[in-house]
Design a protein around this ligand. Structure first.
Ligand code: SF4
Length: 181
């Protein structure tokens, strides 16, 4: 990977902050998955969420097959952050930036496992569980679906995520590895 080229390209994207890390630094917690199950309306309704993504152990194992990672954070401002409709309306822009950053890594010949914020919303109605995912190449499972405490990683690297006011912070993780011969 040519890190200097990649960083120059990342600087062209509207990313607020990013950091390279090693995947074993990620903290996995069953507590995060419990929140998915108990509090998220998308639980059991998407290929991007539990239980479709597999057990916490399966998710951790899958992530650790990619030794390195890139965390990206984007920001959006809304009129009222307590209004979920407004907040979620800013998510597609973050998803697009995540796709662009993933494409930059792939252009460097890397294999990428992307995880993004919140549940996949590519289709108006998810095919889960009746038919396969329509866009497996574009679908990013949710970071939390893999039991990852993304705020722990952000804090470790001094990535700000509590700006206050009506600023929304979105995170994605792009785990990557060299392509097998
Ligand atoms: S791409 Fe469509 S089918 Fe696949 S997880 Fe997203 S919403 Fe569901």
């Amino acid at each position: 990977m040519n890190r200097a080229v990649l960083e120059a390209q990342l600087a062209e994207l509207p990313i607020a902050q990013y950091v390279f890390f090693q995947t074993p630094e990620l903290e996995f917690s069953p507590r995060i998955r419990a929140v998915c199950e108990q509090e998220c309306p998308r639980y059991g309704k998407s290929w991007a969420c539990p239980p479709a993504v597999g057990s916490t152990e399966d998710c951790q194992k899958r992530c650790l097959e990619y030794p390195d990672g890139l965390l990206i954070a984007t920001l959006a401002e809304v009129a009222d952050i307590s209004d979920m409709t407004q907040t979620l309306a800013t998510r597609p822009a973050h998803e697009e930036i995540t796709h662009q950053a993933a494409a930059l890594l792939k252009a460097q010949g890397l294999e990428v496992l992307g995880l993004s914020s919140d549940s996949c919303a590519l289709c108006r109605r998810c095919t889960y569980p009746d038919a396969p995912c329509r866009h497996p190449e574009r679908m990013f499972p949710c970071v939390e679906s893999h039991g990852i405490v993304v705020t722990a990683l952000a804090e470790k690297y001094g990535i700000e995520y509590q700006y206050g006011g009506n600023i929304v912070t979105w995170f994605s993780l792009l785990l990557y590895r060299e392509k097998a011969d």
